[in-house]
Structure formats: C-alpha cells, structure tokens
Design a protein around this ligand. Structure first.
Ligand code: MRU
Length: 340
C-alpha cells in the first residue's frame, strides 16, 4: 500500500494511523490501527468520525489486513464488522460493499489494496468538486453558519460543507463563519473551530441554542451542513440539531444547503423515515469528556435520550450540493437524485 496522508488518517510505510479526534484540539495523538476490532472501536468511540472518513478508514483497514497477509475468511469477517460499526452514515456500507465485491478475484489482496487507495483518491476528488460547485453560492461578505464538523477531519479531502467554506475563503470572499458547538460531543466547538483556526477564517463559536436569535437579527446569510445519508426524495440525516437549524432557516428565510458526495446517497431509502438513527450512550449527554478532561454534571442516576442524528425533510432544503452539481428542490422532487 502506498503512503497516504489526510488530516485524520495516514498510511506510512504500510502502517495505518488514525488521529484520535476525541482529544482535539488540546492534543494531537496518532494511534496505530492494526486490526479490524481496533478500527471498529475507533469508529464507535468517534476517534475516527464523519461519514466519508469512516468509509475510507474502514477501506484502508481492510487493505491493511491484506498487507498483513490475513486469510480471506478473516478479511471477510473484518469487512462485516466494519460495515456495521455505525448505522447511520451510508458511506461505511458503500465502501465495504466495494471491498467485498473483490473477494472472488484471483489476486483479491492486491485488488482490495488498490480499491482502498482508489476510495481515498476519489474522496479527495469528490470534495474538490463539491467545494467548486458550492463556492459559487457564496457572496462576498456572507456570514455562514455550519453545524458539527464536515471538514477535512470528516473526509480525506477538504471536506463537504467546510470544503465549500474554505474554497469561498480561498477565493477572497471575505466571509465570516458561525460555528455551532454541536452538543453533546462538541464537534463544532472543538473540531470545526480547530479547522477555522488552521485556515485562518474568521469565526465565532455559538452555543446551539443561539442560532434562532442570530437569524432573527439577520446575522446569518446562509447555512451549509454535511450529511450522513440522503434518501432518494432528498430527505437527509445529519448530526442532531441540523433539523432545528433547517426549521429556523425556513422561518427566517435563510438559504439552507446540504453538501455531500454521491457516496452519501442511499436510493434504497425512499424517504428519511427509512434512515436508521444511531442511539448513543446517555453519559454523553450527562456530561462531557475529551482532551480537556471529564465532567459529569447530571445526577448520577439521571437518564438521558441521545440520538446522534436527526432527519431534515427535503422541503426545508434550498439546494443539494453534490460532486456532480447543485440540485434544487424541484429537481430533487422530479427524481434527480435517482438518476445519479
Ligand atoms: O457523529 P459524527 O461526528 O461522525 O457526525 C458527523 C456528521 O454528522 C457530519 O456532519 C457528517 O458525517 C458529514 S461529514 C462530511
């Protein structure tokens, strides 16, 4: 396998390393990943996260098993456990399907190594294309709001929603970014803020519950978010809190865009009702835990509800920014996504 490098994952001299995103931005800790079990744990604990990244990471893990000379049944078992590590992001299933399709080839190990490298290269290219299409929607001086982290840490390229934002910045559009902190795991306040720092883009972190008053004061011009799975009617799942932003944007007439590669489309889901939503540990809501330490503020016995994602109905979306272009609600309702 050749050397590969992205913000959240790298291959160096055949060894696969992941950046532990739980610890960012305080600490940058790279962990060696040798087995499918380790990668499953890394994906489930969000050391590796973001829909495109978990798909490519799982692909590289399978390639690494091939490099290590694992037997076919071990590799197939690895693919199976990786595919079900998290349920909502369809990119994981997509990448594992592409890997398992090669298991009957004579040179299956070599084929899988090449396929994982292709998944990596393709994601870089898809991100560049989305950034190019989405950037055209941004006007100089726009104040853009984004949720969770849909940047280079969530992909192996420039990101999806944040790819659009960084491309607009690169085009000297003089933008400002509202970064919603994204409770409970703070991907916005920790990871997107870290990416904004790295890119030098002016930003302010806001608590999730501040978005409504910002929109009421006309301080948000556009919203760009990523996605974990888009149904064929355009409904889409993304980090919990995305739906509230879409409702607020609709009420305040703020354009609301979802940015995702075709690997996030799931045409087998007819509507958002078919998208499985991951439920996570109550402890994530009862406190916080990260490079900054651990704190639980709720009563020890408190119970909590913790869906990791919500579904935004297509009617609330102003445009779908995909690698093949920007699609309107009318186009999506006419079946545009089904023809991709
Ligand atoms: O639970 P996470 O951090 O993996 O959730 C990530 C998101 O919801 C992102 O917005 C989505 O995966 C798109 S990333 C390009």
């Amino acid at each position: 396998m050749r050397d590969l490098r992205a913000s959240g994952i790298k291959v160096e001299q055949q060894a696969l390393w992941i950046l532990d995103q739980r610890k960012l931005p305080r600490e940058e800790i790279w962990r060696l990943c040798v087995s499918a079990e380790e990668m499953v744990e890394a994906i489930q604990s969000l050391q590796v996260r973001g829909a495109p990244l978990i798909g490519v990471a799982a692909g590289l893990m399978v390639a690494s098993l091939c490099v290590q000379g694992a037997e076919k049944d071990q590799v197939i078992a690895g693919i199976k456990s990786l595919a079900s590590a998290r349920p909502t992001a369809v990119n994981l299933a997509y990448c594992m399907k592409r890997m398992s399709a090669l298991s009957e080839q004579t040179n299956w190990r070599e084929a899988m190594i090449n396929e994982a490298q292709a998944l990596f290269d393709e994601d870089v290219e898809l991100c560049n294309r989305m950034a190019g299409h989405g950037e055209l929607l941004v006007q100089p001086g726009d104040r853009l709001l984004t949720h969770c982290n849909a940047g280079s840490l969530a992909t192996v390229g420039v990101g999806t929603a944040i790819g659009v934002i960084t491309e607009a910045w690169r085009q000297s559009k003089n933008i400002k970014v509202w970064v919603s902190e994204t409770r409970p795991l703070l991907q916005g306040g920790r990871l997107t803020a870290w990416e904004m720092e790295q890119a030098g883009i002016p930003y302010d972190i806001i608590c999730d519950n501040m978005a409504a008053s910002l929109m009421a004061q006309n301080k948000v011009d556009k919203i760009f978010v990523g996605s974990d799975r888009i149904a064929s009617n355009g409904d889409f799942a993304n980090k919990i809190g995305t739906y509230s932003l879409a409702v607020l944007a609709h009420y305040h007439q703020v354009p609301f865009y979802v940015v995702a590669p075709h690997t996030t489309l799931d045409l087998e889901c007819k509507t958002g009702d078919d998208i499985p939503i991951e439920q996570r540990d109550a402890l994530e809501v009862k406190g916080v835990n990260g490079g900054f330490g651990e704190l639980q503020w709720s009563p020890e016995q408190a119970t909590a509800y913790n869906p990791a994602f919500d579904v935004t109905p297509a009617e609330l979306v102003s445009g779908w920014v995909l690698d093949s272009g920007v699609y309107s609600l009318q186009e999506v309702q006419a079946g545009a996504l089904c023809r991709l």
